[in-house]
Design a protein around this ligand. Structure first.
Ligand code: CO
Ligand code: ZN
Length: 360
């Protein structure tokens, strides 16, 4: 297990540290393409940048689509002021509370990177009321070390450039790790891992690394339309809220207790109610293969599976979620064993998806 853990961690860290704000996925896409080329029968990139890798079985069976999003939440430069400070617009769902005091990376048109910090008043100057306030994102400014707009522009800054967090993933213990973009680079890592291992007999397996999930499940929708799969499984993170001051009934899932099999997600279950065929297949597979698992009801947010499920004539879809704490923060935290077990569950369950099973 330990060598497997080390290898998986190296892959996850490489993926998480890469730049890939929604709509600006070039760098992360390059890494994913490198990982897939040697193991796929065919790899292509579609018009919006989804990566589609194909592995075909010996016989002509069910077409199974896997989806994990390669994009991460981030920002766009919204304005540059006379003193050379930048202002941000959010890309994806940020909590304003986590943005102050972060170090950021700004990707220039020439591919180079500029660093900045989110500045703020020091505590010495704050009134007692201000001390308690959350500063809204639109009031935050980024200091890139420039002293004027002209200097910032000379450095290559312009309105519209993408920005991510300058945060390298790190290993806390043998199995627990933290990083900026485990949502959803851990899903991508799980998918790549399972894709490398799977040897389908009759299935055609499509491993799709999708774009623009964080801004509305956009890449997955067009990929499903292109592929017309018979079934789909999305890989994404889910909230492990097993932390102090949360009553046990509100924890959603726990770290280290295995992959989470999606029951439903979204407010009022409006995201996705997993298709019963996929849900039961995942549960049965976990039981029979001796893979630990948990059931997931996520009260907010959804995954690519929701977009794939209701495309074209409809696709039976479900999701395997990797329990993760502090999602959409610079310090997302997970247990590598849950990820490896997710990859195993994905592989074993997919081998059981037959046309006969789907039609019965
Ligand atoms: Co997300
Ligand atoms: Zn995600």
């Amino acid at each position: 297990m330990s060598r497997e853990l080390d290898e998986f961690w190296a892959l996850l860290k490489k993926l998480s540290d890469a730049f890939g704000v929604s709509g600006f996925e070039d760098e992360i896409r390059g890494i994913i393409l490198d990982e897939l080329r040697s193991v796929a029968d065919e790899v292509r990139v579609d018009k919006w940048g989804n990566v589609v890798a194909v592995k075909r079985g010996q016989r002509d069976g069910a077409k199974v689509m896997w989806a994990a999003h390669m994009d991460e939440i981030g920002f766009l430069v919204r304005a540059i002021d006379d003193k050379g400070f930048l202002y941000l617009a959010p890309v994806g769902g940020w909590s304003d509370r986590v943005v102050p005091a972060q170090r950021l990376r700004i990707r220039l048109d020439n591919g180079r990177t500029i660093y900045g910090v989110v500045g703020m008043k020091p505590p010495h100057l704050l009134s007692p009321e201000e001390q308690k306030q959350v500063i809204p994102l639109n009031k935050l400014f980024v200091d890139i070390g420039a002293s004027s707009r002209e200097e910032a522009e000379k450095m290559g800054l312009r309105v519209g450039l993408p920005v991510d967090l300058d945060r390298e993933a790190g290993r806390l213990t043998e199995t627990r790790v933290t990083g900026k973009a485990f949502d959803d680079r851990v899903g991508v890592a799980v998918m790549l891992w399972a894709f490398r291992n799977i040897d389908p007999d009759e299935q055609t397996v499509y491993a799709v690394a999708t774009v623009q999930e964080e801004v509305g499940l956009k890449g997955a929708r067009i990929a499903a339309y292109q592929l017309r799969p018979d079934a789909a499984i999305a890989l994404d993170v889910t909230t492990a809220n097993d932390v102090p001051d949360v009553p046990p009934q509100d924890k959603v899932v726990e770290l280290g207790k295995g992959p989470a099999i999606k029951v439903a997600d979204g407010r009022g279950a409006s995201g996705l109610i997993a298709h019963p065929k996929i849900f039961h297949l995942l549960v049965e597979t976990a039981k029979e293969e001796g893979i630990p698992y948990q059931l997931e009801l996520l009260p907010g947010g959804t995954t690519d599976a929701a977009a794939i499920a209701f495309t074209v004539e409809g696709v039976p879809a479900g999701a395997i979620s990797i329990p993760t704490r502090y999602i959409h923060s610079p310090v997302e935290l997970l247990d590598l064993r849950d990820a490896l077990n997710s990859a195993k569950l994905l592989e074993k369950a997919t081998l059981r998806i037959t046309k006969q099973y789907l039609e019965q």
